[in-house]
Design a protein around this ligand. Structure first.
Ligand code: UDP
Ligand code: MG
Length: 312
């Protein structure tokens, strides 16, 4: 490892005016025990509060602090991508703005990186208690994802992690538009490890992840990294056909043995209902994938930067 190391911290911020100064202080304190250089990149994701003003003040006081101001709210994953695109450190740490990601954990992550791991995930030991639906939802979600994705996306891991610049270079090259960054990081396949931590509650402000945004992120995870929806269509079709034939066989045998009479509609209804369901499922799945293709062929930029500061 070379003598002077550079660390980048990348932090998307949406309406985080109350958290930024404290976060800055904590990172400054953390890094004061290191000889290395560092940069702190905030991405203002179209905040409607004073986030940008707070960032402007901070960047003029300390040149290590930089900000990228997006023209509107593009969402957490796009904002994070913007920051990652401009991070120049040897190790890049992405984290939330809300002080839920404690610096002691960063210390351990750095240690693991120095031990030779290219990806260090912070894995939370406790479950979010902010919202019952989110809690249950994320439990079920990770269980299903673990079972059905081709690549292993770690459980109970968010976007608090350290990646080596090698990993970052790969991520930055990926052109896909619906970004599920934790999946993309796992997809690169670099050597990884975990640092466990207890995730405290958000310090100030409200969680910006509404259930809707969370559901969208989850969908991106499923459709970008899993063939499960396609297989679901297959599974439904398979079950439909088998049960359709089963019922048909039952009716035929019943007719042959007991001489029972089945009205024509009974034959038709069995067959029709099954095939209709089957087809709707397939239409839905195909629609999702066409949606993805549509997204990508448009080749819209992932984000639009209106201003940048303190970059050489
Ligand atoms: N965030 C963002 N754009 C958004 C929503 C959130 O940049 O549209 C940022 C937010 O400022 C925070 C991080 O993404 O730094 C995670 O959001 P939040 O803390 O609200 O999510 P939670 O921790 O509740 O999952
Ligand atoms: Mg948070």
């Amino acid at each position: 490892m070379k003598s002077v190391i550079k660390y980048s911290f990348v932090i998307p911020a949406y309406n985080e005016e109350a958290n930024i100064p404290a976060l800055y202080e904590r990172i400054k304190q953390l890094m004061s025990s290191h000889q290395d250089i560092w940069e702190l990149i905030f991405v203002n994701d179209g905040s409607v509060d004073k986030t940008l003003d707070v960032l402007k003040n901070l960047t003029s006081e300390d040149k290590k602090v930089k900000y990228i101001d997006l023209s509107r709210n593009f969402g957490h994953q796009a904002a994070l991508s913007a920051g990652l695109n401009h991070a120049s450190g040897d190790a890049v740490i992405s984290m939330d703005c809300d002080l839920q990601d404690p610096p002691e954990v960063i210390e351990k992550m750095i240690q693991e990186w120095k031990n030779g791991y290219h990806i260090v995930y912070a894995r939370r030991k406790n479950f979010r208690k902010d919202n019952f639906l989110k809690k249950i939802g994320s439990k079920i979600y990770y269980r299903l994802m673990g079972r059905f994705t081709r690549i292993e996306i770690p459980r109970n891991v968010g976007d608090f992690r350290l990646v080596d610049k090698k990993v970052l270079a790969e991520i930055n090259q990926m052109p896909e538009h619906s970004r599920y960054i934790r999946g993309m990081v796992a997809w690169t396949g670099f050597k990884h490890t975990f640092v466990d931590y207890h995730r405290p509650d958000r310090q100030k402000g409200e969680s910006n992840y509404t259930l809707g945004k969370l559901a969208k992120l989850g969908m991106d995870g499923v459709f970008n990294f899993s063939m499960l929806p396609l297989r679901l269509g297959f599974l439904m079709g398979f079950i439909s056909i088998i049960s359709g034939f089963g019922l048909l066989l039952y009716q035929i045998i019943d007719v042959l043995i007991t001489g029972a009479y089945y009205h024509l509609y009974k034959w038709l209804v069995v067959v029709l209902f099954i095939f209709m369901g089957f087809m709707f499922m397939l239409f839905w799945v195909i629609g999702e994938y066409i949606g993805k293709i549509y997204d990508d062929v448009r080749k819209r930029p992932l984000f639009v930067i209106s201003e940048m500061k303190n970059f050489e």
